[in-house]
Design a binder for this molecule. Structure first.
Ligand code: ATP
Ligand code: MG
Length: 387
């Protein structure tokens, strides 16, 4: 027997032309999510029906419920469009899943108007039948122990008990492509997840400082990339070594400016990656007020190093809100592992918190920035990270 799932998506906000695009992108993403099970994904009156091997049931359910754009997923029993057969199936389902004295209700949705009964009739008749079969059951329309749902489609009827929440949002890829600056910290994976939630496909870049930092920090970025890939499909992750840039900054610039200058170099490198890979925006985990480099003045001066659109999904989040999401998406444990970030490596005792753009530009005049960028890009390695 095949494992079948009814996949629902948000319809309310979708109108006209957008709807078709949304459905096509979601269709592709669903196929991508369960493709290695050779599952079939079919469009069906405002829902998708996914059908794959029984052995992949659990994994498929988990993956489908992580696809952005999906509102909920139900494992279903498929039955012929024959009311007697639907009744028998309902009876079997209750034999297996209901207590003798459960309270229950039946709810129905009839997409196929040729079916002889309308939705209220289906619910009533089926409820009556179940009460006859199991006299100790009780109907409770408000807080039942069990809800049996029935959907009448054009080819089959579907019965289900469970509804697993999906993440909502928009299908990844529908709003464009972006580059996530992925550190090993708590914030950037959450920022990437939120960007994907709004339909942005992600590539990621991680800056490391090998041999000043160990391979650990890069491994963390890869592990976090795998988490994000569960939601967005495979993620190209660019690893760029900024050790030489840091050496030069340390030699030639005041230490309290180090973090600002390094961040500006990161933004420039990110822009070059975006241009090469045709990505339309940079996404970061910056959050107003968290640390010295995240005052309004710092963020402003850092952003001025790039002409790219920079999206900061976390700018107004409290730390505990970020942590809640990190726990939900399973990035928390990886982010919480100790690591050396290249930015903390040469952290001075008192970094500037209110840098001035003119001063920064003056300092940068001493540097051969194109050569520094070129050298760093030479070190770039591309890993394609999969779930
Ligand atoms: P995170 O938890 O994401 O590291 P944070 O609160 O520690 O964020 P910062 O260290 O100031 O804040 O970094 C701000 C943002 O800059 C990060 O969220 C990330 O997007 C980017 N960033 C910082 N370090 C790196 C790095 N080594 N590689 C790639 N991006 C980085
Ligand atoms: Mg950090």
């Amino acid at each position: 027997m095949a494992a079948k799932f009814l996949v629902r998506y948000g319809e309310i906000a979708l109108k006209g032309r957008n709807r078709g695009e949304f459905e096509q992108q979601l269709h592709r993403n669903l196929k991508g999510a369960v493709g290695d099970f050779e599952a079939e994904v079919d469009r069906m009156h405002g829902r998708f029906m996914v059908s794959g091997p029984e052995a992949g049931r659990e994994a498929m359910q988990e993956r489908l419920s992580r696809v952005f754009g999906v509102v909920s997923v139900s494992p279903v029993w498929e039955e012929a469009l024959d009311f007697e057969k639907i009744k028998t199936r309902a009876k079997e389902i209750f034999a297996q899943f209901a207590n003798q004295s459960s309270s229950f209700k039946v709810q129905s949705r009839r997409a196929n108007k040729h079916f002889p009964y309308n939705s209220p009739e289906i619910s009533q008749l089926l409820g009556g039948h179940l009460l006859e079969e199991y006299p100790l059951l009780q109907v409770d329309l408000h807080q039942p122990d069990i809800i049996l749902s029935v959907e009448i489609g054009y080819k089959s009827a579907y019965l289900y008990l469970d509804k697993i929440a999906g993440p909502g949002g928009l299908p990844v890829g529908i709003t464009g492509k972006s580059l996530l600056l992925l550190s090993g910290g708590m914030d950037s994976p959450v920022a990437g997840w939120l960007a994907m939630k709004r339909g942005l496909a992600l590539e990621a870049v991680h800056f490391h400082s090998f041999p000043f930092t160990s391979r650990h920090s890069s491994d963390k970025a890869i592990e976090l990339g795998k988490i994000l890939a569960r939601y967005g499909g495979k993620i190209p992750l660019h690893m760029i070594n900024v050790a030489d840039i840091q050496k030069i900054l340390r030699q030639d610039c005041p230490p309290e400016m180090g973090v600002i200058l390094l961040r500006r170099m990161m933004y420039r490198l990110a822009q070059l990656v975006c241009e090469k890979r045709h990505l339309q925006a940079i996404v970061t985990g910056e959050n107003l007020g968290q640390v010295a480099s995240q005052t309004l003045e710092s963020i402003d001066v850092i952003s001025k190093a790039t002409s790219m659109l920079v999206i900061r999904p976390l700018v107004s989040f409290d730390k505990d809100e970020i942590i809640t999401i990190a726990r939900n998406i399973d990035s928390f444990d990886i982010s919480a592992l100790p690591y050396e970030d290249c930015c903390t490596l040469f952290l001075p005792r008192s970094p500037v918190t209110k840098p001035r753009h003119a001063v920064v530009e003056q300092l940068e005049k001493r540097l051969d920035i194109p050569a520094m960028l070129d050298q760093a890009l030479q070190t770039a390695e591309l890993h394609v990270v999969k779930r």
